[in-house]
Design a protein around this ligand. Structure first.
Ligand code: PRX
Length: 651
C-alpha cells in the first residue's frame, strides 16, 4: 500500500473512545492505566505473570516462574495444579455453587442450565467413567462432538485425570478425523450419535466408525443426542449415560505438573499435514483466565457467549476454560445461526440476556447481508460488549456490528491470536482503549508483540512487516506433537530470537496494530484456517488428477475463498461434472469447509525454472475475477502479496 493510500484510510478512520460509564468500573479504566500495566509487565515479566498465575489454585507452588531456553519455554516449573478443580471444584465450593456455569440451547430449541454444583458432579463422574474405560494419565482422548454440555464435561474430565484431549471439529470428515486420531494415537474417542445442524443430523458416530478402523482407538463413548439409528459395536462402544450411571460419584482431583500436556489441537500449517499444537496445563490456564477477565472485563453477572465451536481454539479458551476458570456463566449453542430463522442469534441474546457476545467477522458479514431487520426485531439491550476474532474485520462490518448489534453503545474488542498462542494477544481493553474500526489496537500487558522486517529490525510507522513476539508468554505452544523440529523451524527460525506468527501487519502512528493476513500458504476461509497444500493433497489423491495448485482469493463474505487450478491426467475429460466430483472429493477428504469455491482446469501450471508453482501469479489470476467491493482489504492485499513473496523468496 502506498503511504498516501494509507493516509487516506487512516484519515477516514474514526476513533471510538470507551463509554465513560464503562471505563469507570473497568479493570483497566484508562490508557494511562494500560500503559502503566504494559510497562510493568515489560520491566518485570516474570513477576507480572507470577502474580497473575497466583490467582489460580495451586496444589504445590512453583520453584521457578520461567525456564526459557529459546525456543523452549517452561512456565511455573515445579508447580502443580488441577485444571478441572480450578474451573469447577473451587467455584462449587463457593457461593457460586448454584450459579449457572453453562447455559445450553440446542438447535431444536431444547435448553439446559447447569450450575457449578451440577457441573462438579458431572465432571467427577465423567472422570471416573474414563478411568473405568482404561484411560490413564497421559493417554490421549479424541473428542468429536456437537456443541453440547457433554463436550465441555468431557474436556474437563480429561483435564481432571491428566489425559490430554484432542478435540476434532464435528464438521471435519471421517478421513480428517482418522488422520488426527492416527497422529495423536488416541485410545478413546468421545462422540455423539449425531448433532443438529440446519435441521439435519450430522452423523458423528457413523464418521467415527469409518475413521477408527486400524487406529489405536479401543473404546468409543457415545452421548445420545439425536436418537438417530446408529451401528453399534459392543463392547467397544459404550453409551455415555450408561458409563456415567455406573461410575463412582466422587473423584478427588489429583495435582498435575504445570507443564503436563493439557491438549493438542490440530491446525493447518504450510504443509499438507495438519499439525498438533500442544498446550500444557498451568501456563495455558493462566493466560486463558487472565485474558477472559481483562479483555472482556468480565463480571460475575455476565452471560458470556462465544459462538465458536469447541473444535477450534476459540471454543477451548473462550467457551470452556477461560470463562469457567473465572466462575463465569458461559452459553453454548449447538446449531446454525439461520435455523429456523435469520434472527436465531438475536433471539438467543434476548431470551438469555447475553451481556458479552464474541463472534467472527465472517458471521458478522453474513448478518449484515441478511439485513438489519433481524436484529431490530429483538431487544439487545442486555449486551454491553462485543468481540471479534479469527480474521481481519473490515471497517464496514465493524461499523455495522457496532450500530446494528451494539446499539452504538457497546465497545468492540477485535482480538488477534492463534491456536499457537492459546489466548488473546493483541486487543483493545474495553474500558481503556479508544478503538479504530479494523485495528486490533495494542498488545496486552505481558505480550511483547512487534512488527519487523525479514532481517529482524523493527518496521517504521505504517510499514508492512512480519508480526512477531519477542518474549515467551505462558500459553505459548510448547511443541508440535511428535515433531519438535517442525516447531523450531516454523515458529523460531524465520526471525532471530522471536516467535514468528505467520501474519503480516503494520503499526500506525498511535502504535496500533493492523493485521493484514497470512504471509505463508495458510488461508483463512470464513474464519477457518486451511493450508493450500492440504487442499492440493486432497485433490491429487483423486485418480483423475495429475497436478493441482490452490490459492486464496479475497472474498467479501468469507474473507478468502478457495480457488483450485487442476491439471487432469491425460485422457481425462475436464468438464463441469469432473469439477463437481473433485469438489466433493475434497469434502470427503477434509470436510465441507475446504470445498473449492472455484475449480478451474489448466493444461499446465505456471512454474519457476526450478519447478516451483508460481502461486503469486495464480493468486493474481484468481483475484482478477472478483468484485472490488472492499478497498481497505484489497489495498492491504497488495502489501501482503509483496510480504508473502519476501517470505517465500521463491518466485
Ligand atoms: O491470520 C490470523 C487470523 O487467524 C490466524 C489464526 O488462526 P487460528 O489458529 O485458527 O485461530 C483463530 C482464532 C484465534 C492468525 O494467524 N486472525 C485471528 N484473529 C485475527 C486474525 N486476523 C486478523 N484479526 C484478528 N483479530
Amino acid at each position: 500500500m502506498s503511504s498516501t493510500s494509507i493516509q487516506s484510510v487512516l484519515q477516514e478512520t474514526r476513533l471510538f473512545p470507551p463509554p465513560a460509564d464503562f471505563a469507570e468500573g473497568a479493570k483497566v479504566g484508562s490508557m494511562a492505566a494500560y500503559e502503566a500495566l504494559y510497562e510493568r509487565a515489560a520491566t518485570d515479566p516474570e513477576g507480572f505473570w507470577a502474580e497473575i498465575a497466583s490467582e489460580l489454585r495451586w496444589d504445590r507452588p512453583w520453584t521457578q516462574v520461567l525456564d526459557w531456553k529459546l525456543p523452549d519455554a517452561r512456565w511455573f516449573v515445579g508447580g502443580q495444579l488441577n485444571l478441572a478443580a480450578n474451573c469447577v471444584d473451587r467455584h462449587a465450593a463457593s457461593w457460586r455453587r448454584n450459579k449457572a456455569a453453562i447455559l445450553f440451547e440446542g438447535e431444536p430449541g431444547d435448553t439446559r442450565v447447569i450450575t457449578y454444583g451440577q457441573l462438579h458432579r458431572d465432571v467427577q463422574r465423567a472422570a471416573n467413567a474414563l478411568l473405568d474405560l482404561g484411560v490413564a494419565k497421559g493417554d490421549f482422548v479424541a473428542i468429536y462432538m456437537p456443541m453440547i454440555p457433554e463436550a465441555a464435561i468431557a474436556m474437563l474430565a480429561c483435564a481432571r485425570i491428566g489425559a490430554p484431549h484432542t478435540v476434532v471439529f464435528g464438521g471435519f470428515s471421517a478421513e480428517a478425523l482418522r488422520d488426527r486420531i492416527a497422529d495423536s494415537r488416541a485410545k478413546v474417542v468421545i462422540t455423539a450419535d449425531g448433532g443438529w445442524r440446519r435441521g439435519q443430523v450430522i452423523p458423528l458416530k457413523d464418521n467415527v466408525d469409518r475413521a477408527i478402523e486400524g487406529t489405536t482407538i479401543e473404546r468409543v463413548l457415545v452421548v445420545k443426542r439425536c436418537a438417530n439409528a446408529i451401528a453399534w459395536h459392543g463392547p467397544r462402544d459404550v453409551w455415555w449415560h450408561d458409563a456415567m450411571a455406573a461410575a463412582a460419584p466422587r473423584h478427588d482431583a489429583p495435582p498435575h505438573d504445570s507443564e503436563h500436556t493439557l491438549f493438542s489441537l490440530y491446525t493447518s500449517g504450510t504443509t499438507g499435514k495438519p499439525k498438533g499444537i500442544l498446550h500444557t496445563t498451568g501456563g495455558y490456564l493462566t493466560n486463558a483466565a487472565y485474558t477472559t477477565r481483562l479483555v472482556f472485563d468480565l463480571r460475575d453477572e455476565d452471560v458470556f457467549w462465544c459462538t465458536a465451536d469447541i473444535g477450534w481454539v476459540t471454543g477451548h479458551s473462550y467457551v470452556v476454560y477461560g470463562p469457567l476458570a473465572n466462575g463465569a456463566t458461559t452459553l453454548m449453542y449447538e446449531g446454525a445461526p439461520n435455523q429456523p430463522g435469520l434472527d436465531r442469534f438475536w433471539d438467543i441474546i434476548e431470551r438469555w440476556g447475553v451481556t458479552v457476545f464474541y463472534t467472527a467477522p465472517t458471521a458478522i458479514r453474513a448478518f449484515m447481508r441478511w439485513g438489519d431487520e433481524h436484529p431490530a426485531k429483538h431487544d439487545l439491550s442486555s449486551l454491553r460488549l462485543l468481540g471479534s476474532v479469527g480474521e481481519p474485520i473490515n471497517p464496514e462490518a465493524w461499523m455495522w456490528y457496532r450500530k446494528a448489534i451494539g446499539g452504538d453503545r457497546c465497545p468492540i474488542v477485535d482480538t488477534w491470536w492463534q491456536t499457537e498462542t492459546g489466548a488473546i494477544m493483541i486487543s483493545p481493553l474495553p474500558g481503556a482503549t479508544p478503538t479504530k474500526p479494523g485495528s486490533a489496537t495494542r498488545p496486552l500487558p505481558g505480550i511483547a508483540a512487534d512488527i519487523v522486517r525479514k532481517d529482524g529490525t523493527p518496521c517504521g510507522v505504517n510499514e508492512g512487516g512480519f508480526l512477531v513476539v519477542r518474549r515467551p508468554w505462558p500459553s505459548m505452544l510448547r511443541t508440535i506433537f511428535g515433531d519438535h523440529e517442525r516447531f523450531v523451524t516454523t515458529y523460531f527460525s524465520e526471525v532471530d530470537g522471536c516467535y514468528f506468527a505467520g501474519d503480516g501487519a503494520r503499526r500506525d502512528e498511535d502504535g496500533y496494530f493492523w493485521i493484514m493476513g497470512r504471509v505463508d500458504d495458510v488461508i483463512n476461509v470464513a474464519g477457518h484456517r486451511l493450508s493450500t497444500m492440504e487442499v492440493e493433497s486432497a485433490l491429487v489423491s483423486h485418480p483423475k488428477v495429475a497436478e493441482a495448485a490452490v490459492v486464496g482469493r479475497p472474498d467479501e463474505l468469507k474473507g478468502q475463498a478457495i480457488v483450485a487450478f487442476v491439471t487432469p491426467r491425460s485422457g481425462v475429460v475436464a468438464n463441469e461434472e469432473l469439477a463437481k466430483e473433485l469438489r466433493e472429493h475434497v469434502v470427503a477428504q477434509i470436510g465441507a469447509l475446504a470445498r473449492p469455491e472455484d475449480l478451474r482446469f489448466a493444461e499446465a501450471l505456471p512454474k519457476t525454472r526450478s519447478g516451483k508453482i508460481m502461486r503469486r501469479l495464480l493468486r493474481e489470476i484468481a483475484s482478477g475475477s472478483q468484485s472490488r467491493g472492499d478497498t481497505t482489504t484489497l489495498e492491504d492485499q497488495g502489501v501482503l502479496e509483496r510480504l508473502a513473496s519476501t517470505f517465500a523468496q521463491e518466485e
